[in-house]
Design a binder for this molecule. Structure first.
Ligand code: PGA
Length: 246
């Protein structure tokens, strides 16, 4: 059975294509490492691929992955390679990848399956834009992204609700609307699998999270953690966010 009720809060920093060089990456990582030592949360840093082998002492995540083990796939990185670098989590389906690389739910589904096969934990990002119908977008992204994935694998899947309009804009989603979206996601999971699974699945919120709003999300929305972009590049700010778990 799923054991998510015992899940620690998960605070994930997504550095995106930053910082500019290895020296800065190490400095940022090590400052965060000192600041979050002994935290009750599980802290995960997702740096660009090229820095992964240089960083240790905080759980590592990757920002993307390809869905094959090896072969003629120029520019791609496999789950096996990530595993070899001690990566534990992989972000799949981030809206920036969906948009910039026309990543479809079918591709996302393949990536998730390949990660699960290699025992990597998946953070599946879903979310609508302002001009889209939230119910329809979430239903499609959750249903197709998780197609043919058995319930037993959900101990290794976390869903991150990230409304596109809230990402990097400073306009975080209101608590009420976030609650509404999370219950929509749980309803979709409940219809696809079971109510029990829906109640136990790990869900994160992401989109302009900072140290001023992080505590309220954790307290009031009934989520398991946060996916932090911009604020994860500021060590002091990110450490504060991690502290808001307490
Ligand atoms: P943001 O990014 O915190 O800068 O809004 C979140 C994300 O893209 O995961």
């Amino acid at each position: 059975m799923l054991k998510l009720e015992n899940m620690k809060y998960l605070i994930v920093g997504n550095w995106k294509m930053n910082p500019a060089n290895q020296k800065e990456a190490k400095e940022l990582f090590n400052t965060i490492k000192r600041g979050v030592k002994g935290s009750k949360a599980e802290v995960v840093i997702c740096p660009p691929f090229v820095y992964l082998s240089e960083l240790e002492g905080i759980t590592l995540g990757a920002q993307n992955v390809f869905y094959k083990e090896s072969g003629a796939f120029t520019g791609e990185v496999s789950p096996l390679m990530l595993k070899d670098l001690k990566v534990k989590y992989v972000i799949v389906g981030h809206s920036e990848v969906r948009k910039n690389f026309n990543e479809t739910d079918e591709i996302i589904n393949k990536k998730i399956k390949e990660c699960l096969r290699e025992k990597l934990k998946v953070i599946l990002c879903v979310g609508e834009n302002k001009d889209e119908n939230k119910e329809i977008v979430l239903e499609k992204q959750v249903r197709n992204g998780l197609k043919d994935i058995p319930a037993k694998d959900f101990k290794n899947i976390v869903i991150a609700y990230e409304p596109i309009w809230a990402i990097g804009t400073g306009k975080n989603c209101s608590i009420e609307e976030t609650k509404n979206s999370i219950s929509l996601i749980k309803k979709i999971i409940s219809n696809l699998y079971s109510r029990e699974l829906a109640n136990n699945i790990g869900i994160l919120y992401g989109g302009s999270v900072n140290s001023k709003n992080s505590g309220e999300y954790l307290r009031s929305v009934g989520i398991n953690g946060l996916l932090v972009g911009g604020a994860s590049l500021d060590a002091k700010e990110f450490i504060e966010i991690v502290k808001s778990v307490e």
